[in-house]
Structure formats: C-alpha cells, structure tokens
Design a protein. Structure first.
Length: 225
C-alpha cells in the first residue's frame, strides 16, 4: 500500500497536472501560507484516516481486533518521513542536473506498454493483504515488493534520462500507470453491488477520454518539454 499511495495517489496526479499546465511546471505550487494550510490538512486527514481504519474498518470490515501500533513504530514512521523529505530536497531538482547519457529515450508506445507491465505486478502484491493466496511468508512478500519497486525505479529512471524524453513519453507513462490502476481495480468486482461496478466503469471511461484529449494537446506541442 505504501507503493500505491506514493505512486498512484501522489506521483501520477502530479505528472498529469504538469502535463496540463506545462508552462508552469517549474513554478512552486504553494506559497508559505498555502504550504502551512496543506500541512495542517494533511495532519488532520491522516488522523481521521487512522481512526477510520483502526477503529472502524479493522473491526467491522476485516473482523480483526482494534490495532494500536507501538510508540516505537510511530516514531520510526516519523523518522522515515523526515529522512525521505530531506532526501527529496537533496536530489537534483531537474533533469538538466543529471549527466546526459548517450542513449535515446524509448518511444512513447513502448513506454505506454512498459508502464502497465511494471505496475500490474504491484497490484498482485497488494492483493496478498486482502486475499493471501497463495500464502507467502511475510519476509518473502516484503522482499518481492522491495525488489519490484527497485526494478521499476531503475527502469523508469533509465527511460527518463535518455535523449529525447519529452511530454509524449510522460503522457504515455501516466496513461499506462492509470490503465493498470483501472484494470486492477476490478479485482474482486464480482462481489460488488451493481451500482459500484457501473459507477467505476463510467468514471474509468471518462478518465480515458480526458487522457485522450490531453494526448492531442501534448502531441501538438512543437517543442517537447
């Protein structure tokens, strides 16, 4: 779930937003006051979601006892957040800061195929939390997750550092990730109410149509960004 939240809840929406507003992608999204408001909203939302999962969903949906994590786990989580935030600021802020390799970036169609191929196995790992078949030892599931995350990271990093990487490839990467999310979201849909199935299918269709419209705008740009 950590991989899902980081990629599909944060990175993919940011990538699509920067494709829509390409001319403003290098501007800061928030001023200090907005950043403070967003941080406050994040903390309140995290607290509410924690209560929903540990006090409601765990007992009423998954029929498990209430979960109260040890204080040491909470402190380690806060430390991980701090380390990752500092690491993000320490990394180069743009592609131009990386040394340019001699290879070419893959064409958009290849990125569009490769993105779902990298994404869909992650959803199979997520499914182990809800339907643990085949049953795997915890260490093996975590090792598989870390290994696949590292593989996806290095493959995509290699793509993006190639000559000719442009908004066309960025669109293909975002669209491929969205398709994997949409298709994997139907896992277990046989147990859904009809209204949920129809609603998801309709919203997915709208999202695909909007991404196609965005693709037309991206392909019209004379100079790849």
């Amino acid at each position: 779930m950590l991989g899902y939240e980081a990629v599909w809840i944060v990175l993919v929406p940011i990538l699509i937003t920067e494709l829509i507003f390409a001319e403003r992608r290098h501007e800061a999204w928030l001023r200090p006051r907005g950043l403070a408001a967003a941080a406050l909203g994040f903390c309140l939302g995290s607290w509410m979601l924690w209560g929903l999962w540990t006090r409601v969903a765990m007992m009423q949906v998954f029929h498990m006892p209430r979960y109260d994590p040890p204080v040491s786990n909470l402190l380690l989580g806060l430390l991980a957040i701090l380390v990752l935030a500092l690491a993000g600021y320490a990394l180069p802020s743009s592609k131009e800061d990386w040394p340019a390799p001699p290879r070419l970036a893959p064409p958009p169609w290849l990125v569009g195929i490769g993105a779902p191929a990298l994404a869909f196995p992650w959803w199979l790992l997520i499914a182990l939390a809800f339907a643990p078949y085949p049953p795997l030892p915890l260490w093996l599931a975590l090792l598989a997750g870390c290994s696949w995350a590292a593989t996806a990271f290095f493959v995509i990093r290699r793509w993006t550092r190639g000559h000719g990487w442009s908004d066309r490839q960025r669109w293909a990467l975002a669209f491929g990730a969205l398709l994997a999310c949409m298709m994997a979201g139907f896992l277990g849909s046989s147990l859904w109410p009809t209204i949920d199935l129809v609603g998801k299918a309709a919203l997915n269709t709208i999202a695909i149509a909007l991404m196609v419209i965005l693709a037309r705008s991206v392909w019209r740009r004379d100079v790849p960004a």
